[in-house]
Design a protein around this ligand. Structure first.
Ligand SMILES: Cc1ncc(COP(=O)(O)O)c(C=O)c1O
Length: 399
């Protein structure tokens, strides 16, 4: 018998994985995957970029690179971050294998078993998995329509300050809740963290995907408006604005923190994929991002509208949902006591899937909700899929 480490013993093989397997059947109308639609990837741009690389750059692209990142990409990414108002002075950048690795590295660097992380509830499943894998204790603070519940955040910060190491927030088109923080809530959070030693992880993979230009100011990162005394690690990703298969994200944080993170990354993968970094540098520096985003935004806006219209048409009384202004997700809530797994079983039997709410509950318990991703589903199937789920909900509520 092999004997696993206590960390591995702590990993949970989840019910979610079983359900996701069912959802991946191609005959199912799936709202489960939080991913871009394949037909939207900028493959012609990738072809053009690759074909125009010089021989020496192609060689460099197949070579190892520095752990912190491919230097030209660091420069072009800095330019992009500056354009979004982010501060670069006294800060360092680390290119990571997706935002997921940035979260994992920060957790490794800050969390000893038993340390506490404050998260929103619901929260991104991948971040919860990272926190759990380092055996953090989680404080789950409910999300409201305009951000984290500020009174409960304050209470928790006051009550458990010595154990709290990190606060993890995803303020822009939240996964799974679909909401965006108001200016007011961002300011309140920053005021509350000011003068405290806790690190703020600001996770922002979706901020660029607003549906309406008028909402752009709301996507201004907290790190862009905070004073430098709050240690904020701003995490971004190319997954939703280029392609998740590149596995590229970044971490922008205080120099001393990023230096530790670089050491941690060194032992994980030595460097992020150089080929991806070369392509992404050319994509940024060649001015390809802005036109691509202009192409994506109306498509996701249309998919969201189709989903919201179908929900309006099909859902019974007592069901509520968020109305996203960007990103990929709608969060649907049923009356307390309703069980999303029962709804899932009925729904999958008829050919539609989603992710059950307990996957996003930091304590894995609350299950009267579900995440509906509109990003991946062909437009002509969205209405039918919602109809199936609505029928499954009606049946489950009648039982
Ligand atoms: C909120 C959030 N953070 C991080 C990630 C991970 O992104 P990446 O694919 O860059 O690892 C995701 C992916 O869905 C996400 O939704």
């Amino acid at each position: 018998m092999v004997e696993y480490s206590s960390n591995a013993r702590n990993m949970r093989s989840s019910e979610i994985r079983r359900l996701m397997k069912l959802a991946s059947d191609p005959s199912v109308i799936s709202f489960a995957g939080g991913m871009p639609a394949n037909d939207l990837f900028p493959i012609e741009i990738v072809d053009e970029i690759y074909n125009n690389l010089s021989k020496s750059v192609k060689q460099a692209a197949l070579q190892y690179g520095p752990t912190y990142g491919y230097p030209p990409l660091i420069d072009s990414l800095k330019e992009y971050l500056r354009s979004r108002g982010l501060p670069l002075e006294g800060q360092s950048l680390l290119i990571t294998a997706g935002a997921q690795q940035a979260i994992n590295i920060l957790t490794k660097v800050f969390i000893d078993p038993g340390d506490r992380v404050i998260t929103e509830s619901p929260a991104f499943i991948g971040a919860l998995a990272a926190f759990n894998s380092y055996r953090a204790n989680l404080s789950a603070i409910p999300l409201e329509d305009d951000g984290i519940n500020i009174d409960l955040l304050e209470k928790e910060l006051d009550a458990r300050s010595p154990q709290i190491k990190m606060v993890y927030l995803s303020p822009y088109f939240h996964n799974p809740a679909g909401i965006i923080y108001s200016e007011q809530r961002k300011k309140e959070v920053l005021e509350m963290l000011s003068g405290r030693p806790h690190v703020l992880l600001e996770d922002d993979p979706y901020g660029e995907l607003y549906f309406d230009e008028a909402d752009k100011p709301l996507t201004r990162p907290m790190k862009a408006i905070a004073d430098a005394s709050i240690p904020i690690c701003y995490i971004g990703s190319f997954a939703k604005i280029f392609g998740p298969g590149l596995r590229l994200g970044w971490l922008l944080g205080p120099e001393s923190i990023v230096e530790k993170c670089e050491m941690a990354k060194q032992s994980m993968d030595a460097c992020s994929a150089t080929l991806s970094q070369v392509l992404t540098h050319e994509y940024l520096s060649g001015g390809k991002l802005a036109p691509y985003l202009s192409r994506l935004r109306p498509v996701y806006a249309r998919r969201a509208r189709l989903m919201l219209d179908a929900l309006e048409r099909c859902m019974p009384d007592g069901i509520t949902w968020t109305r996203p202004r960007g990103g990929f997700y709608v969060w649907l809530s049923m009356p307390s006591g309703a069980d999303a797994t029962e709804v899932f079983n009925r729904s999958i039997a008829r050919g539609a899937a989603f992710v059950i709410g307990s996957a996003f509950d930091p304590h894995g318990v609350n299950n009267n909700s579900m995440r509906l991703a509109f990003s991946f589903t062909p437009e002509e199937k969205i209405g039918k899929g919602i109809e199936i789920i609505a029928d499954a909900i009606k049946e489950t509520m009648q039982d």
